[in-house]
Design a protein around this ligand. Sequence first.
Ligand SMILES: [Zn+2]
Length: 377
Amino acid sequence: MSTPKPIKKNNNQPQRPGPRSPHSSQAKTTTKPNPVPDTGDKPYGLVPLSTKVHREHPAKQNRDAGQDRFRDDLISGKLYITLTAQTSTFVASGVVAMGRDVNFKVDLVKTAVHQRNTLIIPGSSLKGVIRSAYEALTRSCLCKTKANLKKTPDYIECKIDARKKKFDVCPACRVFGAMGWQGLVSFQDSKGQVISNNVEFMPSLYGPKPENPMYENSGKVAGRKFYYHGVKAVTSKKTPDGKNKKGIDAQKAQQGYIFKTVIQFKNLTEAELGTLFVILGQDDAHKIALKVGGGKPIGMGSLVAAVDALEKPGSPRDRYTRYTLPESDRPTGEALRNYMQAAIAKAHQDLIQKQQLEELARILAWPTQRTAPEDMY
Ligand SMILES: [Zn+2]
């Protein structure tokens, strides 16, 4: 058993409800914040749930404007993103191939999603990762969870039901979609910039099935699970006491491998865009990396994001007629940095829950000194 760094409990942090948001009538809640669960030496932490889910009509104030229309009072555009692997990263294609069939010098290889050995992170994978963080940071429901929410019914996934005149959804469902609402962001596949012939051993992730970590003793959901980053992925074939590990060779993106992608968004508030910037690691006070794909408990899949450019055509006409945008609508460099910092400040003010951000930023902190556990956990 390796000795992971002791987990700092946040008992000394001020425990108070999140910032009051001007558009939220529920923001005055005085409910005590949920405690930060202690996950001991597990390779993950739990971000406590926000005290209450905030739901409102996803079209916000202007309900007559259809979802398809671009609105002048909100922001639409594209984010150009670079993702750089900090530890080996693997998004499984589901196919195990004979090594010689895919030009690898091993017998069997678990292949990654790729196009002619240029690695791909499917848009849906990255969207899922960013959505989970967005849910954790805002007063959102627990979407796509297998957890039993009988004791915490407030967190049941949002669902629009026009017949029952139920339209309200949480902040994450408004941005990423819910049943009956398409969502406002779309993710293209992240494409590797070079061919990768890297094959590395990937130990099997098995072990005694732990009790479901999301629950506390009362049967309530204790928090949202996020894996810690590690300085390096575990690739050794032997356990610390010299036994052979089970596992298979896998087609991994090496440390330093670069992916590029585009995130398209429409009708976001500045605070919503700012929250995306925070999750993409652009908040200097909360430096984080994303965790994508397989092998999360053993230090794999740490990706640092950079926002290379932002396009936000000011007028709807420009959106359709101009090939090159005026500079103010396509900030890069210092102008982009300033734009992002303003949006992030707005996110802190209106949308992000302070306690949840501190905890998520602690778990996803990058760079890290943690070492991923070599052995069973
Ligand atoms: Zn929701």
